[in-house]
Design a protein around this ligand. Structure first.
Ligand SMILES: O=C(O)CCC(=O)C(=O)O
Length: 279
């Protein structure tokens, strides 16, 4: 078991479904990693949001290394046990004065994981503030029912299908501001969102989606990256880890997983809607 969090922090997370701020890397290291993302954007000619989704770590060895950073992994182990797999990861960037946002959603509605022993770590690579549109959470929502999302396909929504929870009371939202190099944690079922960036700098973060090794896929065979401990269950095959930046083998796999994820997400939501109308 990792010794990352105090009992008080663990209790808080279990009650509230989130925790912040925690320290991972220095602001200088965060600036270096931000630079690597921005170099990728300059070379590829597209925003990081476009391709580095769901398994962004397959693009860069440094991202796999960040996902295995002891400060992050030990905090995660404190919450879900010592045997940890990385289910996925995404880069989320909003430009300076960017009207784009992330609507209220629960990751659990789309991930197809059972049980929900899953935690997201969101690492800031630039200042994530109230002004720049830091992550917000709805405290305790991980202990409530699974909520049904409406798919809005809003072009300004950074989520693929614009999936949105309706009727959330914004007054109950808690902001999770972070300095570059710090991270927050939220449970897979915690409702969260983020508002537009009203600042003059970009807001860039990387989200890592961790699960305990005993978690199963409810969507058929899938892969994950071992992060810590042992995998005695073998529920997941292994992600092809990149040997170099933009390794063609892992990038092809990343593109196929991203396309499949969008199809599976549609199937899950259709099944939920059918269940609801039958009830
Ligand atoms: O970066 C954002 O604004 C949203 C991130 C998010 O939805 C997540 O980490 O699960």
């Amino acid at each position: 078991m990792g010794s990352g969090l105090t009992q008080q922090q663990i209790d808080f997370f279990q009650t509230s479904g989130y925790l912040f701020p925690l320290n991972a890397i220095s602001s200088t290291e965060a600036a270096t990693l931000r630079g690597r993302i921005e170099t990728y954007e300059a070379q590829s000619g597209e925003e990081v949001n476009k391709r580095l989704k769901i398994k962004a770590h397959l693009a860069f060895p440094w991202m796999c290394e960040l996902a295995r950073h002891p400060a992050i992994v030990e905090a995660v182990q404190s919450l879900i046990g010592s045997d940890v797999l990385l289910f996925g990861s995404s880069a989320f960037a909003k430009n300076a004065r960017d009207i784009r946002f992330v609507s209220w959603h629960q990751d659990s509605a789309y991930y197809g994981l059972d049980p929900h022993d899953c935690v997201t770590a969101w690492i800031a690579l630039s200042p994530a503030t109230s002004e720049s549109g830091c992550l917000r959470v709805l405290p305790g929502s991980h202990r409530g029912p699974d909520l049904v999302h409406e798919e809005t396909y809003d072009a300004n929504n950074l989520l693929a299908r614009g999936q949105s929870l309706q009727g959330i009371d914004d007054n109950l939202a808690v902001e999770m501001p972070l300095e570059p190099g710090q991270f927050s944690l939220h449970h897979e079922r915690t409702a969260h969102d983020s508002l537009p960036n009203r600042s003059d700098d970009r807001r860039i973060g990387v989200a890592f989606f961790y699960m305990a090794a005993h978690v199963r896929s409810t969507l058929g065979p899938r892969s994950a990256m071992p992060v810590a401990g042992v995998d005695a269950y073998g529920h997941w095959s292994r992600d092809p880890e990149p040997r170099t930046d933009l390794d063609p083998v892992s990038m092809e796999y990343l593109d196929s997983i991203w396309a499949r994820y969008r199809d599976q997400a549609a199937t899950i939501q259709a099944a939920r809607r059918a269940d609801q109308s039958a009830a």
